[in-house]
Design a protein around this ligand. Structure first.
Ligand SMILES: [Zn+2]
Length: 222
């Protein structure tokens, strides 16, 4: 089986203590309709921990800022972890999703555009969203156009933000500690969103960075 492919040794040790499993990523075409864990009562009690994705596929070829895409529809140079001063973070904190928009300038056919300061990871079926790394909850609730938001402070000036959540794990409170891979919410389209997706932001030293590009080189320690 493919279960162990591309499970980085450094990455595995970086998230030691978290029950991360390595799930091969579905192919583009399958992925948009891939079924995540259905919602239900007490869903967070028995939620699976974060899978560790080795590949991320583009939802389609229409994204203007997705960047290079491989022959199988995969986004290139994908590694499961972002190496940051606060340690390793999941590059893809979803249960099942494809990349619907990348980081940076997002053009339109009419010539306009705007800066997109995160990744959009989509699955019309929703699914769990996971804490990208260990940290402390700094926000868990609605924030205007971002809809339901969770923000995590990982220390060393590294933060992650998860927007448009359908719901938030009710056990999360501001100041609470979360483990890497802990289910923090479910993908949704609250706030200003036209489809079910996660808007995922990573900031380092106050700057928003591209979660697909930042920290690609694995350092010798962590
Ligand atoms: Zn977005």
């Amino acid at each position: 089986m493919l279960r162990n492919f591309a499970l980085g040794v450094l990455g595995a040790s970086a998230l030691a203590g978290c029950a991360v499993t390595n799930t091969p990523y579905p192919r583009v075409g399958d992925v948009y309709g891939a079924a995540p864990t259905p919602a239900g009562p007490n869903i967070y009690t028995n939620a699976p921990r974060a899978p560790l994705h080795s590949e991320l596929f583009a939802c389609g070829n229409w994204g203007s800022n997705i960047g290079e895409i491989g022959s199988r529809g995969e986004t290139t140079l994908y590694t499961p972890y972002i190496y940051t001063p606060a340690g390793a973070l999941l590059r893809n904190p979803t249960e099942v999703a494809c990349l619907s928009s990348g980081f940076g300038w997002r053009g339109t056919a009419s010539g306009g555009g705007r800066l997109h300061n995160g990744l959009d990871l989509a699955n019309r079926e929703g699914g769990f969203i996971y804490a990208a790394g260990e940290g402390r909850i700094t926000e868990a609730g609605p924030r205007g156009g971002y809809g339901n938001v969770v923000e995590i402070d990982h220390g060393r000036n590294v933060r992650t933000l998860y927007a448009h959540l359908d719901d938030i794990n009710p056990s999360l409170r501001r100041g609470a500690h979360v483990e890497a891979g802990e289910p923090i919410g479910r993908m949704g389209m609250t706030g200003n969103a036209t489809g079910v997706h996660l808007h995922y932001e990573v900031s380092v030293d106050g700057l928003l960075v591209d979660p697909l590009q930042y920290g690609r080189e694995a350092p010798a320690i962590f």
